[in-house]
Design a binder for this molecule. Structure first.
Ligand SMILES: Cc1ncc(COP(=O)(O)OP(=O)(O)O)c(N)n1
Ligand SMILES: Cc1ncsc1CCOP(=O)(O)O
Length: 534
């Protein structure tokens, strides 16, 4: 008998110790199955063999009723006593080759992997699926000393699986499922997870049916969209190759969307630029809100058009963590500006923490910041500024980083480079005076966030009836990012050309004026955009 194909969408690992008080294990299991669990693994860490076998046997009776495959965690003896669909083993358990000899060729074997080497070995050894983790910290198992992969780390593992199915495990709960699914799409092959494995998200719930149904719906909608959507550039919403003229026209069109809708642009930004950023937001026709308190930002999230997280002075990390997570939950664009991220170890670790907590839609930085995120040593940073001549191939740097982070990447400079991991754009607007006022890069982030809000609103207005979960945040954010860069730089050009501008001080005031005055016609006439790759 051959192996049956398994739907790994929602993989329940049991944990009787986590049941709510008074909740019966078998009752919880059955409700979870009714909610849509597709695979079950019995995991008993401190149970005598006899009792483990009895629990596994009864569990199998229930899973059989729902036609759901059952796995046994770690214990070959329990597997052999009960003969369910398969065995799940970790790196310190029975070796895969020995396990295969004992269970036979018809049984399935799942293997836990936490890095590329373990994943390659599991694939070579004939694993039927891999459990990738731990993704995040969890109270269900002590993973304190272990590296937590976060969605990005899981994506790197998915690239070496050669078609072997995968589930992610560790700290997975409904609010982070969309971030996990979208953020772990692999950088090279664009492979996605086949499912999520959870203990506490279902077992600890008083209503496991509803808990399971909620997560199952999240996984199903992601999978549906992957099947039907454009999987090449799912995070930008780009559907087809476009000419520079089309991209410029689409960018200019978003200016009216901003002015007609006045989106609320929530900004956690540094205290050097907070006032200029708020004024720049108002000038282009949007509405700034600069709230930083974690309690405040959670309530605000449903109402905002977009979120900007600029960590220039990193005074509000708690607010940044909550605001980004809530923006993901509410499916709002998140623009991340990792100011001077390469300059200190603290900044690097804070950036890692933020990006493991939420999924950005756009990452905007100067060459030093983008280089630091890409772990490149080609461009160094001095404080908040980039030094040196720049990257030999800037288009490739933004494209590779975009694929790794599953985000649009904008690298600012004399020329700006923008990529969604497929298309690479180069823009050449702006003026030298931008370099002698503080916060011009931060204001670019603000205006990019504003136009990403518009890109989402534009999508929702024109596709109201269309289900499209292929993106975490709907809308064409490649164009949102491009529009932000163009509007800001063209306003700067208009400001610099004014006869009343004599230097940085007058330029700064004129820039706010011209962000207010700049029109679609100016963008159409002045935008310099090249498509380097499609
Ligand atoms: C689906 C899935 N993935 C990973 C694990 C972890 O297994 P292991 O590494 O053997 O650790 P323990 O579960 O034994 O603590 C899993 N159980 N299931
Ligand atoms: C068994 C296991 N292996 C890695 S993390 C983990 C625990 C997952 O539990 P939870 O879903 O409650 O975080």
């Amino acid at each position: 008998m051959g192996k049956a194909a398994i739907d790994y969408s929602l993989y329940l690992v049991t944990g009787r110790e986590l049941l709510p008080e008074g909740k019966d294990y078998y009752e919880s299991l059955e409700e979870a199955l009714q909610g849509g669990v597709t695979v079950v693994q019995v995991r008993e860490k401190d149970t005598d063999t006899g009792e483990f076998v009895e629990i596994a046997r009864k569990t199998k009776e229930i899973t059989d009723k729902y036609n759901v495959p059952l796995f046994i965690n770690d214990r070959i003896d329990v597997f052999l006593a009960v003969r369910p669909a398969g065995l799940h083993i970790g790196q310190s358990d029975l070796p895969l080759a020995r396990a295969r000899e004992l269970v036979g060729d018809d049984a399935l074997i799942g293997v836990s992997v936490s890095n590329v080497d373990e994943a390659r070995a599991a694939v070579a050894g004939g694993a039927d699926y891999v459990g990738v983790g731990a993704i995040w910290d969890t109270g269900s198992k002590d993973v304190t000393a272990k590296l937590k992969l976060a969605p990005e780390g899981a994506g790197v593992v998915l690239d070496v699986l050669e078609g072997v199915p995968s589930v992610a495990i560790g700290g997975i709960h409904p609010p982070n499922v969309p971030q996990l699914l979208h953020g772990s799409v692999s950088p090279v092959n664009r492979t996605a997870l086949d499912g999520v494995a959870v203990i506490s998200a279902i077992v600890s719930s008083a209503d496991p049916r509803a808990a399971a149904a909620g997560i199952r719906a999240q996984v199903d909608s992601f999978k549906r969209a992957r099947k039907t959507g454009n999987t090449q550039a799912v995070f930008s919403g780009a559907k087809a190759a476009r000419t520079p003229k089309e991209l410029i026209e689409q960018s200019a069109a978003l200016m009216a969307v901003v002015r007609d809708n006045t989106p609320l642009v929530h900004q956690l930004t540094n205290n050097v630029v907070i006032n200029d950023s708020a004024n720049a937001t108002l000038a282009v026709g949007a509405s700034p809100i600069m709230a930083t308190n974690p309690f405040d930002v959670k309530d605000l999230s449903p109402a905002i058009g977009a979120l900007l997280v600029n960590f220039g002075t990193i005074t509000d990390k708690a607010g940044m963590l909550v605001a980004g997570r809530e923006a993901n939950v509410n499916r709002k664009p998140v623009v991340y500006d990792p100011v001077a991220v390469g300059a200190t170890a603290f900044r690097r670790s804070t950036s890692k923490e933020l990006l493991s907590h939420w999924q950005p839609t756009v990452i905007k930085g100067n060459p030093a910041e983008i280089g630091a995120l890409a772990e490149s040593t080609e461009v160094a940073s001095r404080g908040v500024d980039a030094v040196g001549g720049g990257f030999a191939n800037p288009g490739s740097v933004v494209k590779v980083l975009a694929r790794r982070k599953n985000a649009i990447v904008v690298m600012t400079g004399k020329h700006d480079y923008i990529s969604d991991g497929e298309t690479v754009l180069k823009t050449s607007n702006g003026v030298d005076l931008l370099e002698v006022i503080t916060g011009s890069g931060c204001m670019t982030g603000t205006i990019v966030a504003t136009f990403c809000a518009a890109a989402r609103l534009h999508f929702l207005a024109s596709n109201a009836a269309v289900e499209n979960d292929s993106q975490l945040v709907q809308g064409d954010h490649l164009v949102g990012a491009l529009a932000g860069v163009l509007v800001f730089n063209i306003a700067a050009e208009l400001a610099a050309a004014r006869p009343d501008v004599k230097g940085p001080g007058t330029f700064r005031a004129a820039l706010i004026d011209e962000l207010y005055n700049v029109r679609a016609a100016d963008v159409l006439a002045r935008a310099k955009v090249e498509v380097l790759e499609v």
